[in-house]
Design a protein around this ligand. Structure first.
Ligand code: CTP
Length: 156
């Protein structure tokens, strides 16, 4: 089998001309990633697939967004739910650049505070956390100052 044919068979979701391919997303978090990046509200062409085989994750999802290039602080918002995501920047059908996501310094409006008594769980307000540790992730609430640990993260 030719290399070209092998590549085509591997391409379960069509190649794009220009834009961003986000690969290695845990399948169970695909729709959360779409919401966090606001992709449910844009007019760009988007294709995605889930439950593809992955040697690293066992099971991965992929999103391809045409004509969209993310800023680092935009894309780092998904680090909490897709820490191993890889970004491929596509220009004229070629992979022009590969990037990884990094846990940001602050996380706002994405997750709940684990403290049931925290005001942010009662009032309609934007949750705000300072990242106090990155591996494993620890996030200190700006309101009640309690730390939510990685295994306690609940995405809003
Ligand atoms: N891709 C795409 N459109 C293009 C070129 C690439 O959608 N015009 C996608 C590929 O389908 C792949 C990702 O971008 O999902 C990265 O492409 P490439 O680096 O060629 O693939 P791999 O070597 O398999 O990537 P990895 O580094 O993740 O192993």
């Amino acid at each position: 089998m030719s290399d070209e044919l092998k590549k085509k068979l591997k391409l379960k979701v069509s190649a794009i001309q220009n834009g961003t391919v986000i690969d290695h997303i845990p399948s169970e978090n695909l729709f959360k990633v779409i919401t966090i990046l606001g992709l449910d509200k844009v007019n760009n062409q988007i294709t995605f697939g889930a439950n593809f085989e992955s040697q690293k994750l066992g099971n991965k999802a992929i999103i391809k967004i045409s004509d969209k290039f993310f800023e680092d602080d935009e894309i780092n918002k998904i680090a909490l739910i897709a820490p191993h995501a890889k970004l491929n920047i596509i220009r004229d059908y070629e992979v022009a650049e590969k990037r990884i996501v990094e846990v940001p310094e602050e996380v706002n409006g994405i997750m709940r505070c684990f403290n049931p008594k925290c005001i942010s769980n009662f009032e309609p307000m934007v949750t705000r956390f300072k990242v106090v540790s990155k591996a494993p992730i620890g996030l200190k609430c700006r309101y009640c100052e309690k730390i939510t640990h990685e295994d306690q993260i609940v995405i809003i």
